[in-house]
Design a protein around this ligand. Structure first.
Ligand code: ADP
Ligand code: MG
Length: 1136
């Protein structure tokens, strides 16, 4: 600390932070800044600092800082880079030359404060501006110079950017790191980390009992699967479980990867399917209690074909490379199989087939796959491989039709054997296909090419079903769902290839949806936080890509729906589909086609996705959208003697075969529904180069991915608001030091926070104090950081000037000891005595040195504050103890207890003892009990006040009667007594004509129900009254008023009895307004057994069951009548 110290002529001193960054301070004027002041600049620096700095193109780094020299008359801006190179930015601000390495680059000349480059923030929202220049510079510098691959987007720590290092970074995922994110050490700011995302999710799940999600996105090879594994392993380590299910979750990986991952050009272990894993947690223990996996769109075409340089799914090489398996299944070397030997790669770098196979086998065991089941899985895999080796030769069939015959019977026989199907049958379905034309079945031979294709589709069909089987078996082993979950989505990122077809359309559609979700939730999260904190803020614009989503998924003309439609019609073709889409969407700006495409027989169209324009080829779209095997093949597999295989081909019956797009849309929409119910976090994975090489950061590639994943928008959204937010407590602990020597008078954290800002001589622009947080923007954050550094530093100079180093060191040692003791007490979280002891021990520990040095243990304020907090619950505890024993409460006691409960409800963040938790619960019940007791007593003493005509919200009888043409006086008289004709208007005051009409209708129904009016279905009428009461809260008092009216001077005992029944049913379903409660209860006292009404009323008022109208009034009334018990709410709650 306190390095530097050269003083300039006008009093500026250079200082250095704990992290080694320079900053500048002038005591006389109390100025502090990161920017080197003029007075300290060398001549060269003065020269270099002249003019404004901005970002200009760089051939490889994309952007570099440069200084503006001038702008000439033609609008060209002349700039000089740090290396002294002159660059001219044309008036158009578009460049395309050596400076941009041949790219066309817009150059908006984003401004730059050069000093920020010296102390980069590990949060992109805190960076100086939202532009490619500063953001790519930050990521690159952190990555290259600090091996820091993670960066936050925003202080809420819900979005993380992760740049793939392609090498192991020492110490990044150690048990220590796991622990740090589990229990963050006080006063240590943890760097951005994937564990931070997992930890935040887990903590939120425990705190809010809400489902959480982690959405991991990025291109192939960007690190999604690795990030998923890190999240899972952190959860497994920290949460653990009693049944060791977390081990199984981790074991699912090797199996899924063996069957679902492959080497591609971009990634040696690329997942060729999407997955969503839900990990369930036990609400009581916080332990893992199960999990489930959902898979999406396995790339089935890879089974039969791979691009050059790529491989088939790992499992094939694992099995053909294992001596034991080869001899058991009579397998040869991988090169002997057509499905494996065409792409030119058998052995992949960095893929350990042998070792991975052992992991798969161990995982099978862990997941409780039986021996015989494992055997079957392997046999089926081998059979798929063998289908690739079947060769077809031309054979002319009857009627000189071109057909085919199988040249080599070996593979077919062997495959049939492994699949448990009849070899001759298999032979037949591979070379013939039966079709039915107008109900007549006939068999047509397949020529060798078609036979080969259909053999491939059999291989794909079996393999993809085998994969589904594995997922569902793993799910069985993972013990399904129970409790709240954290869901992790590891799914293919946005793809633009040279040729894009159906698969890319689905994948990009999925990404488009996820992007919409991301934008919406990021935006909503910001606004709802500000609203919850009650601060003033500007409305934030949100980027909406609904137009593109509609283009793809809207019924009935979205691209995927038109595709489905075309697939259904008998004469459908890709070309017709293309024409229909063109005429449907030609005016949609997000849909583009080449105007000359019909001339060129071009079947391509472009979609303007959020991440860029993608050209799709409609050729083959329909074929790819149908996922069916020829019926014969299907039936052949279904007839297998191997029940597991047969089970993969269930009887479809009349069920229509769904298209791939249909199934995918359905799955995706289900996923979206789940996601919208979760609190979400994001990991945006980025790959720094296309060669899987460490230490190589190619900026243009990175910037492109950031654009695709919406990182710039996320930064922009967050930056518009208040990206920095600390709880009052955190802010107080961190920044109360900035006003050295100031004695704070604030009584609580919030007051102290306000005082920190108010009593500083510096101006802080736009700091907001919300309900629980202090919120502010980057400039304030920077200033606070500087002031804190200055404050910390001041401790050292005092030591040096006053006393020799030895004593200072001793003081520090003692200070640390006291800090440590305090921390231990703090870590106990909920031990008031330990805290007292620790706080008392501070002075004796530091001893007389305390008189020389003003420093106190840094965590002393926190300890004192925490002690105060704990005391609050202790105080509440004694109130609860006392008042939960009271059986006959007074008004005063009721008020005291309900105030205490309300106060307690705001203190749930403070740790509590089990006893306090229990008492709090009891007290809440007791409040209900007391209010019931007081209400009862009040009614006992004041019964006569609650006659219907005293209710203030009823119409005045004269006004009521005025609605009538004749017989006004009679109407006024009978307003509040039984009558058998309809009422004139509503009894309660209402203006809306429709409502008044409804009220009259209700009265008709009540007459019917009570049999005061002739009708067919009295019970049906009663049930309707109840339904209206449930559905229309605004009619409830009216219903009660009408029933009570009919109970006054009712001449007919049967009618009276039925009306009391109705009253009871109503009270069991919905309650009157608070103003009306006592009137209704007073009425029930006139009945035979008023207790059952009161019980029904309490159960409805305080219970949480959703009401529904009874299906049978008479049995509902019977049930109501027979209940003689008091409701549990009106009985004093019992202590556990
Ligand atoms: N955090 C990391 N540390 C070290 N290497 C990594 C990390 N993340 C990814 N990698 C490397 O990158 C490769 C590809 O990552 P992966 O997660 O499979 O990509 P994705 O699932 O996005 O296609 C991994 O096999 C690994 O070698
Ligand atoms: Mg992956």
């Amino acid at each position: 600390m306190g390095r530097g110290g050269k003083k300039s002529a006008d009093g500026w001193v250079t200082k250095v932070t704990l992290e080694g960054e320079e900053y500048y301070y002038r005591e006389a004027s109390n100025e502090i800044t990161w920017e080197k002041p003029e007075a300290l600049l060398t001549r060269d620096e003065i020269e270099a600092n002249k003019g404004d700095w901005a970002w200009v193109p760089h051939p490889t780094l994309l952007w570099q800082p440069a200084r503006t020299v001038n702008e000439d008359a033609a609008g060209t801006v002349h700039m000089v880079t740090e290396a002294g190179k002159n660059i001219k930015i044309p008036k158009s601000r578009v460049m395309n030359g050596p400076e941009t390495n041949g790219r066309e680059q817009k150059v908006p000349l984003w401004p730059l404060h050069r000093s920020v480059l010296k102390h980069l923030e590990d949060d992109l929202v805190a960076a100086d501006g939202v532009n490619e220049g500063i953001i790519s510079y930050t990521l690159r510098e952190l990555y290259e110079n600090k091996s820091q691959i993670y960066t936050w987007v925003g202080a809420a720590h819900s979005v993380l950017v992760a740049v793939n290092p392609y090498k192991d970074i020492k110490g990044l995922y150690t048990p220590n790191q796991v622990r740090d994110y589990e229990r963050p050490p006080p006063n240590k700011k943890l760097p951005p980390h994937v564990f931070g995302i997992a930890a935040n999710s887990y903590n939120a799940l425990l705190r809010d009992a809400q489902n959480q999600s982690i959405l991991i996105s990025g291109e192939s090879g960007a690190g999604k699967t690795v990030a998923t594994k890190h999240c899972l392993s952190w959860l497994a380590d920290v949460a653990g479980s009693e049944s060791h299910v977390e081990g199984k979750i981790l074991s699912a990986n090797p199996v899924l990867e063996a069957f679902g991952n492959a080497k591609t050009i971009r990634n040696n272990n690329s997942s060729r399917f999407g997955k969503w894993i839900e990990v369930y947690f036990d609400g009581a223990t916080g332990g893992i209690c199960g999990a489930s996996i959902q898979n999406y769109l396995l790339e089935r075409s890879r089974v039969v074909y791979q691009q050059r340089g790529e491989r088939n799914f790992h499992i094939f090489y694992q099995m053909t490379g294992d001596r034991d398996i080869c001899s058991r299944f009579d397998l040869e070397d991988a090169s002997a199989y057509q499905y494996l030997n065409k792409s030119g790669v058998i052995k992949a770098n960095d893929v350990d087939d042998e070792g991975d196979l052992q992991e798969v086998l161990a995982a099978f065991e862990e997941l409780e796959f039986g021996q015989e089941e494992q055997e079957w899985i392997m046999a089926t895999t081998v059979a798929v491989l063998l289908l690739g080796n079947v060769e077809f030769s031309p054979k002319t069939q009857a009627g000189s039709v071109q057909g085919s015959a199988i040249k080599n019977s070996g593979p077919v026989k062997r495959a049939a054997d492994l699949l448990g199907v009849d070899p001759e049958e298999l032979d037949h379905v591979l070379t013939f296909r039966s079709i039915s034309v107008r109900g007549e079945k006939s068999v047509i031979p397949l020529d060798p090419t078609t036979a080969r294709d259909s053999c491939d589709s059999l291989a794909k069909g079996i393999y993809s079903r085998l994969f589904d089987y594995l997922v569902s078996r793993i799910n069985e082993s993972l013990e399904g769902r129970a409790g709240k979950f954290i869901g992790i989505l590891d799914i293919f990122g946005f793809e633009i290839f040279e040729n894009n077809s159906f698969e890319q359309l689905c994948i990009n559609y999925c990404n488009e949806k996820l992007q919409q979700f991301f934008n919406r939730t990021t935006f909503k999260e910001e606004e709802s936080l500000y609203a919850a904190e009650g601060i003033t803020f500007k409305h934030i614009e949100f980027i909406d890509n609904q137009v593109v989503l509609d283009l793809i998924e809207q019924k009935p003309v979205g691209i995927l729906l038109m595709l489905d439609e075309e697939t259904l019609v008998p004469e459908g073709s890709n070309e017709k589909l293309m024409n229909k889409m063109e005429s449907q969407h030609q005016r949609n700006p997000k849909f583009q086609v080449d105007p000359h495409r019909r001339l060129n027989k071009d079947l391509s169209f472009e979609v303007v996705h959020y991440a860029g324009v993608v050209k799709y080829d409609a050729e083959l779209m329909m074929q790819k959208n149908i996922d069916t095997l020829y019926a014969d093949m299907y039936a052949c597999c279904q007839a297998s003697s191997e029940p597991r295989l047969a089970g993969l081909f269930p009887n479809l019956g009349r069920q229509q075969i769904k298209s791939v797009s249909y199934k995918f849309r359905k799955q995706l929409n289900e996923l979206m529904d789940v996601l919208y119910e979760t609190e979400s976090r994001y990991i945006r994975c980025v790959k720094p180069n296309n060669d899987q090489r460490p230490d190589r950061f190619e900026t243009p590639l990175v910037v492109e991915q950031l654009r695709y994943s919406g990182v710039f928008e996320a930064v922009a959204i967050r930056k518009q608001g208040y990206p920095f937010r600390l709880s009052f407590r955190q802010f107080r602990c961190r920044y109360s030091c900035i006003n050295q020597g100031h004695v704070y008078r604030g009584r609580d954290d919030r007051a102290v926070c306000e005082e920190i800002i108010a009593s500083s001589p510096h101006t802080f622009e736009d700091v907001q104090f919300g309900r629980t947080l202090v919120l502010y923007k980057a400039p304030v954050h920077k200033l606070l950081t500087l002031l804190r550094n200055l404050a910390l530093e001041s401790i050292v100079p005092i030591c040096q000037s006053v006393i020799r180093g030895g004593i200072a060191r001793e003081f520090h040692r003692r200070l640390e000891e006291a800090t440590h003791v305090l921390q231990e007490a703090l870590d106990l979280r909920n031990d008031i005595d330990a805290l007292d002891d620790a706080i008392k021990a501070v002075e004796p520990t530091i001893g007389p040195l305390a008189r020389v040095f003003s420093a106190k243990p840094v965590n002393l304020p926190e300890a004192v504050a925490h002690r105060e907090d704990l005391q609050k619950w202790k105080d509440l505890e004694s109130i609860f103890e006392r008042l939960t024993e009271v059986e006959k409460p007074s008004e005063r006691q009721f008020k005291e207890l309900s105030d205490a409960v309300a106060r307690a409800a705001k203190l749930l963040d403070i740790p509590r003892t089990d006893r306090q938790i229990e008492l709090f619960d009891l007290a809440r019940q007791q409040v209900v009990y007391m209010s019931i007791k007081l209400q009862e007593k009040h009614l006992d003493d004041n019964l006569s006040k609650y006659e219907l005509d005293q209710f203030g919200d009823l119409r005045d009888p004269m006004e009521y009667a005025s609605k009538k043409m004749f017989g006004k006086a009679k109407a006024a008289e009978t307003m509040l007594v039984w009558q058998k004709s309809g009422i004139v208007s509503s009894l309660t005051v209402m203006d809306d004509k429709l409502m008044i009409k409804k009220a009259k209708e209700i009265f008709g129904l009540i007459l019917s129900f009570a049999n005061d009016k002739k009708n067919k279905d009295p019970d049906g009428a009663g049930s309707m009254v109840v339904q209206i009461g449930i559905d229309m809260p605004e009619m409830r008092d009216e219903i009660y008023a009408q029933i009570i009216k009919q109970l006054q001077a009712n001449p007919n005992p049967e009618s009276e009895q039925r009306l009391y029944g109705l009253l009871g049913i109503c009270l069991s379903r919905f309650v009157p307004s608070e103003d009306f409660e006592l009137f209704v209860l007073a009425q029930t006292r006139k009945s035979e057994n008023s207790q059952k009404f009161v019980s029904a009323f309490h159960t409805t008022k305080y219970g949480s069951d959703a009401p529904s109208a009874p299906s049978s009034m008479s049995s509902a009334i019977n049930a109501f009548e027979s209940n003689k018990n008091r409701s549990r709410y009106s009985v004093m709650p019992a202590r556990a």
